[in-house]
Ligand binder design. Sequence first.
Ligand SMILES: *Cc1c(COP(=O)(O)O)cnc(C)c1O
Length: 363
Amino acid sequence: MAYDRIYNFSAGPSILPEKVLEDIRDNLMNYQGSGMCVMEMSHRSKVFDTIIKEAEQDLRDLMNIPDNYKVMFIQGGATLQFAMIPMNLMKNGVADYIVTGNWSKKAYAEAKKYGKINLVATSEDRNYSYIPDCSDLPISEDADYVYICENETIHGTTFRQLPNTKGKILVSDQSSMFLSKPCNVSDYGVIYGGVQKNIGPAGMVIVIMREDLIREDLPTWVPTYMSYATHAKNDSLYNTPNCWSIYVCGQVFKYLKSIGGLEAMAKMNEEKAKILYDFLDQSKLFKGTVEPEFRSLMNVPFVTPTKEQDAEVVAATKAAGFDNLKGHKSVGGLRASIYNAMPKEGVAALVDFLKKYEAEHMA
Ligand SMILES: *Cc1c(COP(=O)(O)O)cnc(C)c1O
């Protein structure tokens, strides 16, 4: 590969499109004739104003975001949203959570600090290897919202169908699937995603929120920074935003538009994931840990029969130029994160390697 880069299967921060990295490099010392790097310029400058406005518009184009939704670039990662969501959306002080893995579990635990949180469905009984049936849940009469993590990065599950919220607002953490496929924004009250999984550099979250959910009448103890109204009213420029991340994310949006948008991206992601899942399904050594109908297109956990062999395969892949394949400790085994920017050749090369490994070790 060019530049001696390796195939990087990291779950996050993770791989970015090479074309974007090259463009950034070419503009590093002097961004489009401004005489400075984006890292060096004022967030109130005209040049940056164009960068942030174009980033928002390109995202709106990609996702067909309706006009009554606000787009906000906020710091604190996806984790800060675990608290901001309940702080801002609770009027009755009640919310329903669906827990399908580590990330929704963390969000659930955080929300409990702020109100009465009902666990309406969970897949904990089988170590989060599936998505529970969410077609007829005991949704609370007075729930202010229903919460999901739409793609569990660690457990490798994804919702194929959104839950029936019985008219309540749906809040979705899309961090590890953001822009991986088309999304009907109006099905949600709030969509958010930490950008370091599938979009750009760490340190920022993008929040897409229906305007009527943004409130000014929050309790006075809510920090100014943690009120969505603060960000909405100031077009994400209340204080100094993560300018660099906004710039790079914007470049990724332009790149995604140039390759045909989210439909084209979804097709590529499906092709890529199929290469790996087809291999796992016929392998006698490796086994996917998720029930087939709930498999993520982005994060693919799999195991060998023993922990020792898992570790051996991780070491062997690393030596062969595939990195970050060690599974998270709560699932074990291996995990290949095959985000938007992972080329099909990368997945094919990994499968070739695993095939060879299997042939050599199953004789
Ligand atoms: C990584 C991740 C988070 C946490 O993101 P930070 O930006 O590190 O706070 C939350 N949700 C999901 C689904 C994730 O993958």
